[in-house]
Design a protein around this ligand. Sequence first.
Ligand SMILES: Nc1ncnc2c1ncn2[C@@H]1O[C@H](COP(=O)(O)OP(=O)(O)O)[C@@H](O)[C@H]1O
Ligand SMILES: [Mg+2]
Length: 425
Amino acid sequence: MGLKNRTRSQRPDPTRSMDAESVSTYRKRLLDAIDVDEVAKLGRDAQRARLERVVTKLVSGDGPLLSSTERSALVRRVVDEAVGLGVLEPLLADPEVTEIMVNGHRNVFVERAGRIERADVGFSDEAQLRQTIDRIVASVDRRIDASSPMVDARLATGERVNAVIAPLALDGASLTIRRFPKPFTADELVARGALDQPTIDLLRGCVKARCNIVVSGGTGTGKTTLLNVVSGFIGRDERIVTIEDSAELSLAQEHVVRLEARPANVEGHGRIAIRDLVRNALRMRPDRIVVGEVRGGEALDMLQAMNTGHEGSLTTVHANTADDALARLLTLASMSELELPYEALREQVAGAIHIIVQLARSDDGSRRISEIAAVMRQPNEAPTLLPLVRRGDAMLQAPLEHFAPPPWLQDRFAAAGLLASRASR
Ligand SMILES: Nc1ncnc2c1ncn2[C@@H]1O[C@H](COP(=O)(O)OP(=O)(O)O)[C@@H](O)[C@H]1O
Ligand SMILES: [Mg+2]
């Protein structure tokens, strides 16, 4: 067989328009037909337009056997595979998709509204999947290969990406892309019954009065969502440093420094913990420190910061009641290598935390504030909690009841210009 025939026989049979083989053959021909360096310099849209023109010409040149719909689907698929995130592009373009999971080149799953379903896309072959992973990893200046087969990174567009390849991944490369949907606003939370307008006003007042606030709740009760709303009450003239394991907060203010912790690499080096970031934040002249969640010894650093002039800081903790939240903070603070006696730790907690906002998930799936409590310091005793806002029922369906703030909180509101001082009333 002559060379010419051989090349011809490699051409896909256009009647089998969308099989993986023809997509991959057209992709190869596309790459031969263009000047890759030149195309790489084009902007994203121009790049796509150029490639679409070239592929259309290639497909048309093979005969008029495809309908125009089939032809444009084939062209789009070939171009998808050649640029950006390949066949994942349409999934990324779908705002309802919150997670994309690839287990080997044939199996792509997505999460929509909390439900996992199989996506009707797949990579032509393992090499194509690897190429997409390489492209993602290279875009964040990292590399992935047999000697370093695991990467966890954040894309410039905010998505969190995890990739594992052979030899660690046994049945083809694995790729997980987690997206962060736009968080709820205060008004949206009110509309969903999570809290009422007077509670929003109370929280705004507590932020303005530089109270240290802890948002407490179980997994998925909306802690991060509420922290985001509450952080939004911080003034635009204040310098905010946010510290998270995985950056989820999205603050509207301009004067924000976002820090994200980093896990150790495969060799076990290079870990930067939340704790290191909290300590470093103190040297950044912050007006407010917002820690996404305290889970370990960083609790003590956070409490110390709150106690020493960084009032008005915010965080969340995993606990089922406001009382548990205080106990949990005490336990976490004791995990620090600084072995302070129990009473001293208790003092740190009681002195640092002003307000606890408790969230819970009700049976109907909604997430609501169940209580907001003020922390009452007691000399030489454990602090107690005074409710400011509370629901009358455990099912979280009753409206929120509001109670008068304690004198120390009234004084703070007065000092912040939110309330006439007690002396003048
Ligand atoms: N009040 C609410 N009503 C309904 N869904 C909510 C509410 N608050 C948060 N969510 C949703 O619940 C999920 C978990 O919220 P998140 O704030 O991340 O919880 P946590 O930080 O406690 O784990 C998210 O998908 C979020 O959009
Ligand atoms: Mg969270």
